[in-house]
Ligand binder design. Structure first.
Ligand code: SF4
Length: 363
């Protein structure tokens, strides 16, 4: 790196760290200035933050830490207990990996987080971004996790017009040249905070930005337009039926989902496969996949709509009655909330129970 670039690197580092020392955000997982970070807290928060915003994660993080204050205690929890505390956060594979990972940490790493990215990458649920985040924030290792915030800040600082996702590779290369040898954790968190509070996606607050003097995007007047997005992909839509089955005692049939595939191992209302064609629903051939013993089905008028990462789902609710129990268990309505249902199943339960109470009122 030539001397002008070195100067820019030093300036970037000192401006950002000075700003971070004054304006850093407070989170329950973040160590106070002068206190060593707890790598368990960093790991847990990073897993929770993978698909969820900081505002939502704060309560979940605090609950997890009060239930399981150490990696050892988390490793002794059952998967169902973890699912239960995770309810509402979605993407349940993260909870499953948390559980496996805690056990591996106790068995192979004495109950501690490893410090090196290569070792962190061997753990379930820890990809390149999370490994870099734990190494930098938890152990001050010289690395920077590159997320959407960091990509946005650097694409603007350098006025790079390459669209995503190729842009990310370019930014990663550049970032690897500006990692400070000291305070890497604060540098990484400073970038995250700057991206979240100042260099925001639609309305960057350039007039308050400590890096304005270095920012080519600002100088050229194109900051707001950067980074250029990836071409849009349209999500496919899938269709299915859920079977809301009651017995004579008013209990509902629920079952554990298969251990592989989407929502694996979670509790659910029995459902058909989710197909790409609505015709399968319209001609009711999918009713053949229903639990046995129900002789008459009644469809609720509206479908449930839910969006997963890769597809939209439209679920019709078919109501039936039987006392026959094949697969699954009966649960009273009051006890349904003691099970760890994923969000889509919670929507089904909400709609089916509301429809029932409206019917009861009308009767
Ligand atoms: S000057 Fe504006 S565009 Fe540039 S880094 Fe700061 S907030 Fe982002």
């Amino acid at each position: 790196m030539n001397s002008e670039k070195n100067l820019q690197k030093d300036l970037l580092e000192s401006l950002l760290l000075k700003w971070y020392d004054t304006y850093q955000r407070q989170f329950p997982w973040r160590a106070r200035p002068g206190i060593s970070p707890n790598p368990y807290h960093v790991w847990l928060s990073e897993i929770m933050l993978q698909q969820t915003t900081t505002g939502v994660v704060e309560d979940y993080f605090t609950r997890f830490i009060s239930l399981w204050p150490t990696i050892q205690s988390l490793s002794k929890a059952t998967l169902d207990e973890i699912f239960h505390a995770w309810q509402g956060l979605g993407y349940y594979n993260r909870a499953r990996n948390l559980h496996r990972c805690a056990q591996i940490l106790v068995q192979n790493f004495n109950g501690d987080m490893p410090q090196k990215e290569e070792e962190l990458l061997t753990l379930p649920g820890v990809g390149p971004y999370t490994a870099a985040a734990i190494a930098a924030i938890g152990f001050n290792q010289p690395t920077v996790p590159v997320d959407g915030n960091v990509v946005r800040v650097f694409s603007r600082l350098l006025a790079i017009k390459t669209p995503l996702p190729t842009l990310k590779k370019e930014i990663e290369k550049f970032v690897s040249c500006v990692i400070p040898s000291k305070r890497s954790g604060d540098f990484a968190q400073g970038l995250m905070d700057l991206g979240a509070t100042i260099c925001r996606p639609h309305l960057p607050a350039c007039e308050m930005c400590p890096l304005q003097g270095l920012c080519k995007g600002f100088r050229k007047g194109i900051a707001k337009k950067l980074p250029f997005p990836a071409p849009k992909e349209t999500k496919p839509r899938r269709y299915g039926i859920v079977f809301w089955i009651e017995n004579d005692r008013g209990e509902i049939l629920i079952e554990k989902r298969p251990n592989k595939g989407l929502l694996a191992g979670l509790m659910g209302i029995p459902t058909t496969e989710w197909k790409e064609s609505p015709r399968d629903i319209e001609d009711h051939t999918m009713l053949l996949q229903a639990p046995k013993g129900v002789h008459k089905w009644e469809f609720l008028p509206l479908p449930i709509l839910h969006t997963f990462t890769h597809f939209h789902l439209e679920l019709r609710i078919a109501k039936g009655h039987t006392n026959l129990l094949g697969k699954g268990v009966w649960s009273s309505l009051d006890h349904l909330n003691t099970y760890a249902f994923p969000s889509v199943m919670k929507k089904v339960i909400r709609y089916a129970t509301q429809a029932q109470s409206l019917k009861n009122k009308a009767a």
